[in-house]
Design a protein around this ligand. Sequence first.
Ligand code: NAD
Length: 331
Amino acid sequence: MTKIMMFGVREHEKDIAREWAKENDVEITMSDDILTVEATEQLQGFDGVSTQQTGKLDDGIYERLNQLGIKQIAQRSAGFDMYNLEKASENNIIISNVPSYSPNSIAEYAVTAALQLLRNTHLIDQRVSEKDFRWEKVIMGREVKSLEVAIIGTGRIGQIAAQIFKGFGSKVVGYDVYPNEDAKQYLEYKDSVEDAIANADIVSLHMPATEDNYHLFNEEMFNKFKDNAVLINTARGSVVDTKALINALDSGKISGAALDTYEYESTYFPKDFRDKDITDPVLSELLTRQDVILTPHIAYYTDIAVKNLVEGGLNAALSVIKTGTCNTRVN
Ligand code: NAD
């Protein structure tokens, strides 16, 4: 029977993997270890590997897998920057990812976060938990229908977010380095980020992190925002200069931010810090602010997305084992 080893397995993946193994007549071994050179010792007799790592893999892994007769590593995420693709190819190892596991999960979360900010639900929850039931201006909401939304990055996720906001009746504008014909059904393209944000009350980011857009949302950009706008970042932390964002919030230029990603998140997300200190002063500041909703890179985290990630990784591994390639290979 074909044997696949899954590394970095989280509890919520196990039942899905077991079900997939039954349906595909494959034996799966699950480990919560990450894939290291030492861990490859466990791979004697296995045909395939799947993992979900956020840190860079040791370059020695590819040669070791080749020696073991294993032909691939199936990453169970969209990102694959942790792999040395050149080294993998030199050793005939096919790296695959799961490029689109549920754009709806992230788009729906971005809209949820915008609504939370605009209706002040986080403040209302807090006040109600203190038995403070008063109607006061600090919790008065704004109606999404009356607002303009700017979608920056109109790919898979951005387009769905645009569609949902349009469903609320909002005016939706957008910017993308490569505008998309289909997206024009849901939004009006502008020629630059600056044009897109100029009149936007909600700015929602949906582009990948690249060298070109590092800290694109900096002091200069925030100064060009419409007064009282809110920023939603479910894209990548590095596109926002967080200190500049805090200054823009302090000055009142921006009224709120929902951050599902943070530029230095890898030390903290998704870990349990209840008994540990946060030594990053910027993160500490974000956590105490009433005008910031911070979440631990959770926008993707739905039942459907997790199922698609597990099955997508395992399908890719099995495809390489059976056919020598797969349609989600990245090298
Ligand atoms: P996609 O490739 O379908 O779309 C990205 C779009 O951004 C493309 O149309 C591209 O042309 C555009 N783009 C690139 N650079 C740009 C720039 N500087 N300015 C404007 N547009 C730019 O990707 P997707 O599946 O829609 O995912 C978008 C991003 O969402 C991912 O890159 C990732 O960073 C983020 N993401 C977050 C989570 C989460 O849980 N928070 C999960 C998955 C993805």
